[in-house]
Design a protein around this ligand. Structure first.
Ligand code: MN
Length: 232
């Protein structure tokens, strides 16, 4: 194709155990998908339909295994938060995907951080405005290597955790998800046609909190890798 400006690189996630990468199309995120986190955000964790927001694909920062990547403290916030999440990578697209067959659409899983300018998110939320300034900023989606479902299966339980400077801040089990991964895909695919390359951040457990320059943030999901960043 003949572009008038250089088209730029395609955002991509690393794949564990290979030199290959997974090209990213869209980044969907689920809000309040663990009951205790919904409570700490000031909501009743009733099982109302899940809600979604998006980040731009180029908010992804791919992080290799056993590497700590520097992430810049973002501008225009005084309350920059960590959120550790199980991330689902879509390998086969579809619309109106039934939960019963949703796993067939999953290429694999990774650990991601839904980094958040909490002060901006809350100010926007309280005015009924869109969340992009709080959620969709540059470098807001560090993500570890993908583990293929064909090799690692589909997790229904497993520890999800996050530490700041070695101290545990978030610790739960992905079986605590209010909406399971297949249920989330079923809901999301009613509203958007999913395509190969789409990522879904499935929500964070309780214990979110601020990070500062110099902090090291580690997180993981049992069986699906770890992720390490340093805030600079
Ligand atoms: Mn989140």
């Amino acid at each position: 194709m003949n572009f008038v400006i250089p088209p730029g690189p395609r955002p991509a996630v690393l794949v564990a155990g290979t030199s290959a990468s997974f090209p990213v199309r869209r980044v969907y995120c689920v809000g309040r998908n663990y009951a205790a986190h919904a409570r700490e955000m000031g909501s009743d964790p009733v099982r109302e339909a899940p809600f979604f927001f998006l980040k731009p694909a180029d908010a992804i920062v791919p992080v290799a295994a056993s590497i700590t990547v520097d992430i810049p403290y973002p501008p225009q916030t005084a309350n920059y938060h960590h959120e550790v999440e199980l991330v689902v990578a879509i390998g086969t697209g579809g619309t109106n995907i039934p939960a019963e067959s949703a796993n067939d659409h999953i290429w694999g899983y990774a650990v991601g951080f839904d980094m958040t300018r909490r002060d901006l998110q809350f100010a926007l939320r309280d005015k009924g405005r869109p969340w992009e300034l709080g959620k969709a900023f540059d470098h807001s989606a560090p993500i570890g290597p993908l583990f293929s479902a064909s090799q690692c299966g589909h997790p229904s339980h497993g520890r999800i955790w996050l530490t700041v400077n070695g101290a545990t801040r978030q610790e739960a089990d992905i079986s605590d998800l209010i909406w399971s991964v297949p249920e989330t895909i079923a809901h999301l695919s009613k509203y958007f046609a999913l395509y190969p390359g789409d990522l879904i951040f499935t929500g964070t457990p309780e214990g979110v909190g601020p990070v500062l320059r110099g902090d090291r943030v580690d997180g993981g999901v049992e069986g699906f890798g770890e992720l390490s960043i340093r805030i600079i």
